[in-house]
Design a protein around this ligand. Structure first.
Ligand SMILES: *Cc1c(COP(=O)(O)O)cnc(C)c1O
Length: 386
């Protein structure tokens, strides 16, 4: 597979899962999975040391060593987002969310369920939320205390300008929350430069760990200021941090095995050359995918300048024989898993460029796409060349 980092156990040498061209959970290395073959007590000093090491490495990845801290939270990425939203907004606070896709909408749902007043600043799915609209809203509504943005809106793969938003949020002295779930680890993010108070990502995206927990990179001062605001017990971000800072332990059963895998994944990220090298590999996957797909006649939903290298949305081909379910199943039988679309306005499917995959995997997927099109008797190239 990729880099030759995987140590294959001899008896497993012929075993291979399907390649996951999805937004996560992703294909992980053999060695990341092997790191889970342990039984460690949650109060064991070795485990506590590992958790501490992970927390330090995460803060370093965001260039936030002085001012920032990190909190691991059990559950998937959404649990981490809900932990932040339900823990850091004061009882009289109000959240503005910049929305251009399903994950922005999810943030609103979370605010709604916790009865947190919110303002939705919505834009079309192929358009970045406009920083000047954000500024106007902050100027006209002094009640807004917090602003939330999505970095890579995985709905489409669009990259939103979080640094531009951050500058405005700071200028107007509000607190800034960023869902960087699908970008952190593959796009360099300077927490301070982007003026981020709370960034959320999870174990099973670009760090290439397995599912089990999310993590929050928090400006210490903002986290401390949020003490007592939590609306739940299990997702109380400040209490979780206090526990990790105090005796180094989780308050409730930690996902030990996925934490062990994650530490190995962080080591492999470093071995690969860090965030920039990982981003470069994903970008190569992305470029190889786009050019092969375009040659076959597929069209991307986003304009190239808005498109990130995390995941790409492709329009369904305009051909009577195309049926996504059949296309998906035929690719899956060949060992490649793609992803359905999540758009409200256009019929698309998605191909992810992240996870432990390289050009060999992309090429294999592209030949499988070509073969599948021919099996389904779909000819789109001619149609698009007029
Ligand atoms: C993956 C993802 C999430 C979290 O999803 P979970 O299924 O809860 O892990 C949140 N936001 C974005 C932008 C994502 O890509």
């Amino acid at each position: 597979m990729f880099l030759g980092l995987d140590v294959l156990a001899p008896q497993l040498s012929s075993w291979r899962d399907k390649a996951l061209f999805t937004p996560g959970p992703l294909t992980t290395s053999r060695t990341v999975k092997q790191a889970m073959l342990r039984d460690l007590g949650s109060r064991d000093i070795e485990f506590i040391t590992i958790v501490k090491d992970i927390r330090n490495r995460l803060v370093a990845l965001g260039d936030g060593v002085e001012e920032y801290t990190s909190v691991l939270m059990q559950g998937s990425g959404t649990f981490g987002i809900e932990s932040v939203v339900s823990s850091v907004i004061p009882p009289d606070g109000k959240l503005l969310v910049l929305v251009n896709g399903a994950y922005g909408k999810r943030l609103l749902k979370i605010a709604n369920i916790h009865k947190i007043p919110f303002v939705e600043l919505a834009f079309p799915e192929n358009t970045n939320p406009d920083p000047s609209d954000l500024e106007k809203n902050l100027e006209s509504d002094p009640g807004i205390t917090h602003v939330a943005a999505i970095h890579c809106e995985t709905t489409t793969g669009i990259i939103n300008p979080i640094e531009d938003y951050g500058r405005i949020v700071r200028k107007h002295n509000r607190t800034y929350i960023v869902d960087a779930m699908s970008s952190f680890g593959a796009y360099p993010i300077d927490l301070k430069k982007c003026e981020i108070d709370f960034l959320i990502s999870s174990s099973n995206k670009n760090i290439e760990g397995v599912p089990g927990f999310s993590f929050v990179l928090a400006r210490k001062a903002a986290l401390i200021a949020a003490k007592g605001f939590a609306r739940t017990l299990s997702l109380d971000l400040f209490a979780q941090w206090e526990g990790l800072e105090g005796d180094g332990q989780f308050r409730f059963t930690p996902p030990i095995h996925s934490i062990l895998a994650f530490r190995q994944a962080l080591i492999e990220l470093e071995q690969e050359g860090g965030v920039s090298a990982r981003g470069a590999r994903y970008k190569k996957n992305y470029e190889a995918t786009i050019s092969a797909m375009q040659k076959m006649g597929f069209k991307t939903y986003l304009k190239p300048e808005d498109q990130g290298y995390i995941i790409t949305s492709f329009y369904y081909p305009d051909h009577p024989n195309f049926n996504f379910q059949e296309f998906y199943e035929r690719l899956s039988e060949k060992g490649h898993v793609i992803y359905p679309g999540k758009l409200t306005v256009a019929d698309c499917f998605r191909i992810g460029h992240i996870g432990r995959l390289g050009l060999t995997d992309v090429k294999a997927l592209m030949s499988a796409v070509a073969k599948t099109l021919s099996e389904m008797k779909i000819h789109i190239s001619e149609k698009n060349e007029e």
